[in-house]
Design a protein around this ligand. Structure first.
Ligand SMILES: *[C@@H]1O[C@H](CO)[C@@H](O)[C@H](O)[C@H]1NC(C)=O
Ligand SMILES: *[C@@H]1O[C@H](CO)[C@@H](O)[C@H](O)[C@H]1NC(C)=O
Ligand SMILES: *[C@@H]1O[C@H](CO)[C@@H](O)[C@H](O)[C@H]1NC(C)=O
Length: 363
């Protein structure tokens, strides 16, 4: 029996059964997909990702860049960028900016979430650079969107004076007429959501919403005395029941990405002993467990939701981030010497894959 299991594992790893010819599109992945795979070294030793962020991104889409801004572990950068994600069960169609532009012509893509959604927006702008005709991006308070700046919005489960941070605003247009919008704020609140969506109404079946919240629902944040994991579940239930399931638009819930702040499940952000250990190591840490429960919870929710949620899909990025503790900004010095390494945001080569997966599901 044991040898059969071992044999199966070996065969599965060496020769994935369905990989040949099957594209990771909606049909291969399904509405509620899992995307398992591994990061492999590119056959070209000089390969360094889809683009050079310093040279190929629009001027308004320059994010913190591991290559340019990193001042630690620099000798590891080439290896970090030389890896490509290979799913076990299907093949990712390679990115093609022209085809992305055509397939999203006349659509609006509305990206909502926190600074990790901002990273995805920036990555999409860089990938699509050749077909971008105009764009902008700035801090929310520099933009006059009065409705969502004049009011304060309360976060569920956080008592006291905490108000939801409104972070970034962005948009860009593709030559096909497609429009991409970013509205980034820390936590979900229905009133804030509605204020943000006023400018997009009415939504039609030509619209695509990409949404994720998670990073501002910390599990080990000693500054927060509420019950954030429960608050997250209640917020996401409200988001789907009250809004996404009632929209004509197609929605994707983008899985949360893994964090590598140490501790058994990678989330120990605010305990001094853990920050000290992280600072001493100078790099983000693999976690024996992981935060797969966000994605698991959402899959269970969508399955039990049935036809009402037929327009809501999942953009399955969790698994592909879990093994990349080596590709966080923090590994290359972001946050070093301040209070904690940034083991949440990823170097572009990881975030780009989120958009390649989106491209495979959407086009
Ligand atoms: C969302 O924010 C509004 C405005 O501050 C507040 O009235 C409401 O209670 C908040 N919702 C939740 C669930 O906290
Ligand atoms: C994460 O790990 C801690 C132990 O450090 C454990 O107490 C906690 O239950 C874990 N969280 C989840 C949601 O599994
Ligand atoms: C996450 O942890 C669970 C056990 O808690 C494990 O079953 C699963 O394979 C892990 N996922 C990844 C991507 O490491």
């Amino acid at each position: 029996m044991l040898s059969l299991v071992v044999l199966f594992l070996v065969v599965h790893k060496a020769n994935p059964v369905r990989a040949a010819g099957v594209v990771c599109d909606d049909q291969a992945l399904g509405q509620i997909p899992t995307l398992k795979g591994s990061w492999e070294t590119h056959e070209d030793p000089h390969y360094q990702g889809y683009y050079d962020a310093g040279a190929a991104c629009p001027s308004w889409a320059k994010d913190w860049d591991c290559m340019l801004d990193g001042d630690a572990n620099r000798e590891e950068l080439p290896d970090t960028y030389n890896k490509v994600f290979k799913p076990y069960d299907c093949n990712l169609r390679p990115w093609n900016a022209e085809k992305f532009s055509e397939c999203t012509a006349a659509r609006r893509i509305i990206m909502i979430g926190d600074s990790l959604m901002r990273q995805q927006f920036m990555s999409l702008a860089c990938l699509a650079n050749d077909v971008v005709v105009s764009g902008e991006h700035h801090n929310w308070d520099e933009e006059k969107i009065p409705v969502a700046m004049e009011h304060d919005y309360i976060a569920r489960g956080i008592p006291g004076d905490f108000r939801i941070p409104r972070q970034y605003i962005g948009r860009f247009d593709l030559k096909s007429g497609a429009q991409v919008f970013l509205r980034a704020f820390g936590r979900f609140n229905l009133t804030l959501w509605d204020d943000v969506f006023k400018e997009f109404l009415p939504l039609t079946d030509n619209d695509v919403i990409i949404v994720n919240f998670g990073a501002w629902y910390p599990r080990y944040n000693v500054h927060e005395s509420g019950d954030p994991w429960k608050a997250w579940q209640e917020d996401m239930t409200e988001l789907i029941d009250q809004r996404l399931s009632r929209y004509a638009a197609r929605s994707f819930w983008r899985s949360s990405s893994a964090t590598h702040f140490g501790g058994i499940n990678g989330t120990m952000t605010f305990e001094k002993s853990v920050s000290d250990a992280l600072a001493a190591a100078g790099r983000c840490q693999p976690s024996p467990l992981n935060e797969s429960w966000y994605e698991d919870w959402m899959k269970t929710f969508l399955r039990s939701c049935g036809p009402r949620c037929s327009k809501i899909g999942l953009l399955p990025v969790f698994d592909l981030t879990q093994s990349r503790h080596d590709a966080h900004h923090g590994n290359f010095g972001r946050g070093k010497g301040t209070w904690i390494l940034d083991c949440r945001h990823f170097c572009t080569s990881v975030v780009d894959v989120w958009n390649i997966v989106l491209y495979n599901q959407l086009c």
